[in-house]
Design a binder for this molecule. Sequence first.
Ligand code: S3P
Length: 438
Amino acid sequence: MSQSITFQVQPGGSLRGEIRVPGDKSMSHRSIMLGSIAEGVTHVRGFLNAEDAMSTLEAFRAMGVEIEGPVNGEVTIHGVGKHGLKAPTKPLYLGNSGTSMRLLSGLLAGQPFDCTLTGDKSLESRPMKRVTAPLAQMGAVIEAQANGTAPLHIKGQAGKLQGMHYDMPIASAQVKSCLLLAGMYAEGETSVTEPAPTRDHTERMLNGFGYPVQREGSTAKINNQGKLTATEIDVPSDISSAAFFLVGASIAPDSDVTLKHVGINPTRTGIIDILRLMGANIEVLNQREVGGEPVADLRVRSAALKGIDIPEHLVPLAIDEFPVLFVAAACAEGQTVLTGAEELRVKESDRIQVMADGLQILGVDAQPTKDGMVVRGGGNIGGGEVDSHGDHRIAMSFSIAGLRASAPITIKDCANVNTSFPEFRQLATQLGLNLSTL
Ligand code: S3P
C-alpha cells in the first residue's frame, strides 16, 4: 500500500516552458497485453512507468511472460503467442487499475486455466457487471462478489466461448475492449456496437499486430482466426496527463506552454474541443502519425475563458478530463453546465461529488447534478483543505486550481498520482507551479 501524501500548492503564478508528459496509459496497458500474446519480441518505447500500467505488466509476468524494463520508457516483451499464457500461482493484484481488470477479464475468460483478479479498495468497489454480464453471455464463468464487484474468480473456458453481438448500454472503451479480447478466443464472430464513439486504441493496436478487426459504423468485429505478430510500438504522451497543463496554462495569466509529442487520436481530443469552445488558445502543431496513432505538439497560452453548455457528444471523448475541466469552469466567466456524464460517478472516485465538494470548500459555486455539474465561474477561488479521495486526477486538478487561488490549497490523499503520472509534481514545478508535498 502506498503511504499517504499531502500536496500543498501556493497561490498564483504562471506556467511557461516546453515539456513532454509521460506515455499514454491506455496504450501502455494494451502494448503489454497484446505484446504478451503475440509471436516474437515486441519493443515498446514511451511506455508509462506508473503503477497502473505496471499492474498490467506484473500480471503478465505472473502468467509466464518474460518482460524486460521499463528502462527510460523502453520495454521488451517476449511474446508467448495467443495460447502460451501460464496459470498464475496466486491472485493477480491490479491495484487501482480499472483498465487492467476489465480488459484482463475478457482476455482471461477463454484461457485453459483459472485465475483471480483483485485490486485496492477503490477498484474492488467499482462496477464489474458491465463486463461479467456480457462475458457470461459468451459462455464465460466468472464469479464476482454479491454486488458484482471484484475479486473476480475466472474459471478458464478454453474452447468454450461463443462469439456474439453486443449492443453496449454505455459508451465504454473498457467494455468494448474486454469483449474484443474475449472474441479472440471465441467460436464465430464477436461484434460490439457502441452508443457513442469511445477510444479505439485496442482496435488500432490489434491491427498493428496484424490481427484483423473490422469496423462498420459504430460496430467493431473480431473472430478467433487471427494471430498477433510482434511489432514496434511508440507510445505517445498521454493527452489525459497533458490536460492538466492545457487547463493550467489557459487559466494562469502570462502562460505559454508547449506539450511535445501528445497523442491526438480523435477519440481522445474532447478536452481540446471543449477548452476551445470555452475560448482557450490551443495550437495543434507538427501533426504526424506514429505507429498508427496521430501525434502533435500542443501550444497553449493564457486566455479569458467563458462558461458553456458542454456538448454531450464530447463527453466520452474527454471522459477522464472532467475533474480539471471543472477547474477551468470555475475560472471561466459565466455558467458551465455538464450533463450526460453519470459515468463520472463510478471512476476511481465519484468525480462529480468529490470535485463539487472540493470546489465548494474553495468557495466556488459548484452544484452537482445526477449526471454532471453546474459551475458558476468567474468568482474568486479561495484556499483551504480538500480531499482527493485517493483519486489521482482529483489530486492533480486541485493542484492546478492553485494557479488562480487567493490562498494556499492543501490536498489530502495524493499518493495515487503515482498510478498515472509520477512525474507530475516535478514537471508542474518546472513549468512554474509552486507545489510541494507535506
Ligand atoms: C479507458 C477507458 C475509459 C477511461 C479509462 C481508460 C481505457 O474508461 O475512463 O481511464 O483505457 O479503455 P471507461 O471505458 O469506463 O469509460
